[in-house]
Ligand binder design. Structure first.
Ligand SMILES: NC(=O)c1ccc[n+]([C@@H]2O[C@H](COP(=O)([O-])OP(=O)(O)OC[C@H]3O[C@@H](n4cnc5c(N)ncnc54)[C@H](OP(=O)(O)O)[C@@H]3O)[C@@H](O)[C@H]2O)c1
Length: 292
């Protein structure tokens, strides 16, 4: 598979978003592990996870432990070369608020989550650790400083930020310098509040990781709202989700996509986007759907 730079790592342009393997609607553990193995077999070498990916009432580390087990049991190659990116500071809320998430950007908490992540992932250092979502009760710089200290201590190899605006990204870059390698934000044809962040990430030499890449396209009304996406996907004989991933990859060499999956078929479909080359005419038509 084509690779792209994620700081010091060369990772698959289409990587694996693992959240749906641990939250509501998730597959069985066996099927979840089979899904990760199918992605690795197809060339994915970067998995996106977070401390908080679990169903409320269960240990926070559900996704970490699942990934550790999948990597340990993968018969296909050297799983120590797989880059696992995780996040701290965003939690499944209390049992009485099902489905809700909460923030904790307290520096001590971010450091504790990093330690727990080492334990649950079974690694000596975290490949990439994101501050998951800004906690408005804690000055942003204070939370980011915790990541700097984790990097200086060797607990994390590289740092990332997520769900940030331009100002927060600039603060993180100023504090973390070269330790900052990635920014992960909600971005899709239907959701583009991060257009400027995508551009700035490229300018700063950071990877941009969009999540919910195909949001809105496959839902009711998607074909009417995004006619070019549906027309071009049909003409190419590919899924509209795969086309959205190919379009995002074409927006810049610094983009790495992490489609969600709960079954081998969808991640194997998504992975093919790494080889889709869109023509200038197709990009213009898709751009008109999005920005037109
Ligand atoms: N930083 C953050 O705050 C944040 C927030 C949300 C998510 N994320 C990360 O982003 C990743 C992706 O987000 P997401 O899990 O919400 O998933 P998503 O990429 O929005 O995809 C949602 C669902 O669409 C289906 N799908 C995706 N590609 C498909 C394809 N090629 N063909 C058919 N169906 C397809 C999958 O269904 P099936 O389940 O049927 O396979 C998937 O579960 C997460 O796993 C997580 O790692 C980060």
């Amino acid at each position: 598979m084509k690779t792209r730079k994620l700081g010091p790592h060369n990772v698959s342009a289409v990587s694996v978003g693992a959240m749906r393997l641990s939250i509501e609607g998730r597959p069985s553990r066996q099927d979840a592990i089979a899904t990760i193995h199918a992605a690795l077999d197809a060339g994915a070498n970067h998995i996106d996870t977070a401390y908080g990916y679990r169903i409320p009432g269960e240990p926070e580390a559900h996704n970490h432990r699942l990934i550790a087990e999948a990597l340990a049991t993968w018969p296909g190659g050297d799983s120590t070369k797989v880059v696992v990116a995780t996040k701290g500071g965003h939690l499944r809320a209390a049992e009485d608020r099902p489905g809700r998430w909460s923030q904790n950007g307290n520096p001590a908490h971010l450091k504790l989550v990093a330690e727990w992540s080492l334990r649950d992932l079974g690694v000596d250092a975290i490949d990439l650790y994101y501050y998951h979502r800004p906690d408005l009760n804690v000055p942003y710089a204070d939370s980011v400083l915790a990541l700097k200290e984790l990097h200086q201590a060797g607990t994390i190899k590289t740092a990332g930020v997520s769900n940030v605006n331009v100002e927060q990204l600039r603060i993180a870059h100023e504090i973390l310098g070269d330790a900052l390698v990635a920014v992960e934000n909600h971005f899709s044809p239907a959701y583009r509040a991060s257009d400027e962040v995508l551009r700035l990430a490229g300018e700063l030499g950071l990877a941009f990781i969009p999540y919910h890449s195909a949001g809105g396209l496959a839902q009711p009304g998607g074909a009417e709202r995004f006619p070019a996406f549906h027309k071009i996907a049909a003409a190419r004989g590919i899924s509209v989700q795969r086309l959205a991933l190919a379009w995002e990859l074409a927006l810049g060499d610094h983009v790495i996509v992490i489609p969600g999956t709960s079954r081998p078929a969808s991640i194997l479909d998504s992975i093919q986007a790494a080889d889709d080359v869109l023509t200038a005419e197709e990009m213009a038509a898709l751009g008109a759907d999005v920005w037109g």
